[in-house]
Design a protein around this ligand. Structure first.
Ligand code: MTE
Length: 322
């Protein structure tokens, strides 16, 4: 986000290879490297290894699409959002998708704590199996002025909030990404305030649009897009949609998020999309859909004003749009 990479839709050779072929090739290479250990069954057994490559609970996909969440623009071709990513844990450029394949996504422990009646630690697979999965097509607008339209699979964040039963004093939900510098080379860059955290008010977190993502394009969400559990908050700039979440903490105090700690003047807590409020370094009036050269007008709350504008009544004094 500090370094503005010029959008380039040129796909690397690996990205142009059929996805399943590429993954099988990686698995083969890993298998050769692991040698007899893997083959003797001391490593992952065959089916578990295949499942690990496929992501969490592949049998749950595709989930039924909810027609209430549709976008008038075409869905972005799958090869783009899965190969052009912001995931600083794996590097500060957009070409991190191969590096992210090293992230082990199961087992994946999720902690729910803070001001809740029922603090708990549970396996992401158990959590996801409990939840009503559906597919929703959402817009996504990055603060860097590129955008995409993607079919996420997941469940309302409200379902997790309800399960946790927050106490009356809880005003914010703080979400935290994994920390493991062995697999995430970006986390060896000590000048970033790891772990990546983000926060929402409880009212925002329980708005029906707030979505916890487990899948993308009818499959488990790929590692580079935030496996096994990430947020999609379509009315806010993309940096609010924290990836690969391991902890949900209910708090009374407003958290200072990852980007806010780095540069509060550029990346605030609210970060609601507004074409009329420029980012200090560039305009937010227009956006470029991934894969195109055109610039299209950005919409207030990224097109979701009807569903969310009411959340901000009375907060006009706050820096709502950065
Ligand atoms: N979450 C973590 N943990 N680390 C990140 O670097 N980048 C954010 C957000 N979530 C980021 C993150 C930004 S800036 C954007 S635009 C979106 O993820 C990008 O999601 P995508 O790669 O699936 O398009």
């Amino acid at each position: 986000m500090f370094t503005r990479t010029r959008p380039s839709w040129h796909l690397p050779e690996s990205a142009a290879t059929d996805e399943s072929l590429f993954l099988r090739r990686r698995q083969l290479i890993k298998g050769i490297a692991a040698g007899p250990i893997l083959l003797s069954g001391l490593g992952l057994p065959g089916s578990a290894a295949a499942e690990a490559e496929a992501g969490l609970l592949p049998s749950l996909y595709p989930a039924k699409r909810d027609p209430a969440y549709a976008v008038e623009r075409p869905i972005t071709p799958e090869a783009l959002p899965t190969t052009y990513n912001n995931f600083y844990e794996f590097g500060s450029n957009k070409q991190i998708w191969q590096a992210a394949q090293d992230l082990p996504v199961q087992p994946w422990q999720v902690v729910i704590d803070g001001l809740v009646d029922k603090p708990m630690t549970l396996d992401a697979a158990d959590l996801v199996e409990k939840m009503p999965l559906e597919e929703r097509v959402y817009r996504h607008r990055c603060v860097e002025a590129w955008s995409m339209v993607v079919p996420w699979t997941g469940f309302p964040l409200k379902a997790l909030v309800d399960m946790a039963a927050p106490q009356g004093s809880a005003k914010y939900l703080v979400m935290q990404t994994f920390e493991d510098s062995d697999v995430a080379p970006g986390q060896r860059q000590f000048w970033y305030p790891w772990p990546y955290i983000e926060g929402l008010t409880i009212q925002e977190a329980t708005n029906p649009l707030a979505f916890l993502v487990t899948g993308l394009y009818g499959k488990p969400v790929p590692r580079q897009n935030g496996a096994p559990l990430r947020l999609a908050i379509p009315w806010k700039y993309g940096f609010k949609s924290v990836k690969s979440i391991v902890r949900f903490t209910f708090a009374e105090e407003r958290p200072v998020s990852f980007w806010e700690q780095i540069q509060a003047a550029e990346y605030g807590f609210w970060a609601n999309v507004n074409p009329e409020v420029p980012h200090p370094r560039w305009s937010q009036a227009m956006e470029t859909p991934l894969g195109s050269d055109e610039k299209i007008p950005t919409k207030l709350f990224n097109g979701y004003a009807e569903q969310v504008a009411g959340l901000y009544a009375g907060l006009e004094g706050e820096t709502l749009y950065r």
